[in-house]
Design a binder for this molecule. Sequence first.
Ligand SMILES: C[S@@+](CC[C@H](N)C(=O)[O-])C[C@H]1O[C@@H](n2cnc3c(N)ncnc32)[C@H](O)[C@@H]1O
Length: 332
Amino acid sequence: MNAPAVPAADVLRAALAGLVDGLPPRQAAQAVERLIANYRGATPTDAPILRDRADVVAYAAYRMPATFEAVRSALAAFAAAAPDWAPGSHVDVGGGTGAATWAVGATWDGVRPVTVLDWAEPALALGREIAAANPALRDVRWQRSRIGSALTVESTDLVTVSYVLNELTAADRAALVDAAASAAQAVVIVEAGTPAGYERVIEARDRLVAAGLHVAAPCPHSAACPIVPGTDWCHFSARVSRSSLHRQVKGGSLAYEDEKFSYVAAARFPVAPAASRVVRRPQIRKGQVLLDLCERDEQLRRRTVTKRHGDQYKAARDADWGDAWPPAGEEA
Ligand SMILES: C[S@@+](CC[C@H](N)C(=O)[O-])C[C@H]1O[C@@H](n2cnc3c(N)ncnc32)[C@H](O)[C@@H]1O
């Protein structure tokens, strides 16, 4: 993993701020409102939602920092389960303006061949423009492609599918996940952290496992998810700094917001998933921390870690929603 002089999130933020600077504030806010309304409408659609430059500038400025942070969190959990692996190539399907390519670049050092596939030409064009600010993305191919039964994904190390399944029919979701599973050594799928997003992730997870992949994160195992359908949903949270456009559209003065997401990362090669994962925000009480964990034996359990547990108590106080538990190196 890298620690570049200027973190990718900051480079991305600056590139996006530059885009919005070129637009009158009212026009930018109206484009975001139109985008939100379109996304509230029925999906899947027969034609791209991102139709012109105003649409994609709005998408990039308003949503891309959040989808970037969500994918980056998912990739960090995946990288922890596959510490000796790094992708030598990457295909981002439904990649839009390229949030996942930025997240891959922020997770693993170096430059690799990357292909972004999307059916919205204006999204690809803007993605190319923004990527010019990031040397790690100089070899990206931005390619128009429609996801459907005819989709082919070239053989690659990593496929990412971020915030796309929601826009597809059930048949196209299945075709995409199967194509990704047969093309890649590793597949990372991210969706909104809603009950419906979680359901789509579970559907994809089942297909990846059936195709012979091993779940690396967030689950500690590749067996069935222990959540009883309809009773809860597995999701996580990534902190995102709000841009001035965000504040303009949403009001308020909070400097950040939390992006909720669901994900699955799976690989064809052996992985070392977490022993268990913290699946809710830990509750810190006087002298104790309550951890809700998904565990390797396919159970969900609440564990109470108290001062009597010594170092584990200190670690529990630092544990965050989404973390592996116990922290690396402290497994019994
Ligand atoms: C919500 S955006 C997500 C973009 C990007 N992956 C991200 O995480 O920011 C969904 C993307 O999927 C693309 N998309 C939706 N349906 C598609 C289809 N049938 N074929 C190709 N691309 C599609 C859209 O054009 C859009 O760029």
